[in-house]
Design a protein around this ligand. Sequence first.
Ligand SMILES: *[C@@H]1O[C@H](CO)[C@@H](O)[C@H](O)[C@H]1NC(C)=O
Ligand SMILES: *[C@@H]1O[C@H](CO)[C@@H](O)[C@H](O)[C@H]1NC(C)=O
Length: 397
Amino acid sequence: MRCPKCLLCLSALLTLLGLKVYIEWTSESQLSKAYPGPQGTLPVLTPTSPEPTLPANLSARLGQTGPLSSAYWNQQQWRLRALPSGDSTEAGGCRAWGAAAASEIPDFTSYPMDLRRFLLSAACRSFSRWLPDGDGGQVPSCEETGTPYLLLAVKSEPGHFAERQAVRETWGGPAPGIRLLFLLGSPVGEGGPDLGPLVAWESRRYSDLLLWDFLDVPFNETLKDLLLLSWLVHHCPSVSFVLQAQDDAFVHTPALLDYLRALPPSWARGLYLGEVFTQAKPLRKPGGPFYMPGSFFEGDYPAYASGGGYIIAGRLAPWLLQAAARVAPFPFNDVYIGLCIRALGLVPRAHKGFLTAWPADRTADPCALRDLLLVRPLRPQESIGLWKHLQDPQLHC
Ligand SMILES: *[C@@H]1O[C@H](CO)[C@@H](O)[C@H](O)[C@H]1NC(C)=O
Ligand SMILES: *[C@@H]1O[C@H](CO)[C@@H](O)[C@H](O)[C@H]1NC(C)=O
């Protein structure tokens, strides 16, 4: 061999190839072993009481048992009795909470811009609805439409017109017991194009947009979770289940309904279901994704369901709101919901049919989806293609 480098390259390539085959093989066999099929048995989990409770002091519930860390969130949670409610910079106001965080965190100025902005307004959680001019655009309450069994609450962004339309035409389309709503911030972005008139038209046409007057950015996702909960308490208190998903998710709605209807009542009452991460640790690489500075949070994350799509029992809505008023703000919305669930003494239920990082090469294969309940990310066209296949009576897998 006259080319030792070529040999090296070749062997490296072969190793990589072998690794890829191995990884694909193991993930495949894990999937087929672990998921028992649509009508199969339920996954085994530690039983807990399905009834939420909220102790006076949440610290122990939230895992603060050892010596108190000096990280800001840990300190706040230790002392916190209730988050401020008013939108003011005066003492006790929500903006004052942010200003205090900025002055008390020693290296606040080195935090990424998004995180700084999040903290400054993190305690401000009451926003009015953004309503289009003129009449219409009102979202009817569940009393008016009939209380759904399953509410599909899809987090979208004002500009995602195609994503929303694909959901309406596929898994979120009209079906008995189902209601579809989209959760959005203000269509008037910061320095962006004014999507107000377009979104107003869409809102009048479909009456399925819940819009609030806050900036629609990823770090404001928690607002969508919390404002939805408060909408549920006021306008849809008896809904059985609520799915919160991103607008690039694909939900096998009929299979999901079958699954929910077959749940033991004791599970159903305290349900928080999805792709569950247990013992996730904060990522400490500055500039990396989901960076969490050590001066803000110490410890492990609670078990939580991926924010790509999860389900809660409707009756938890008021409980979660009460918990959220006493759990210190946290930048990642799925971790935050996990903290609130933990504060209530509940645990997430994992389901292998929720895959929020679905490989792109499967998106065209309806058979790959047969035993799954929720996958993402998909493009609007892929969702439409997949839905058509699933409706096809000729489909054999
Ligand atoms: C929670 O309990 C700890 C330890 O007993 C105490 O130091 C802390 O102040 C309490 N927090 C609240 C909000 O009452
Ligand atoms: C979230 O929205 C509020 C209200 O529009 C805004 O003040 C805040 O800066 C936004 N948060 C982020 C991280 O941009």
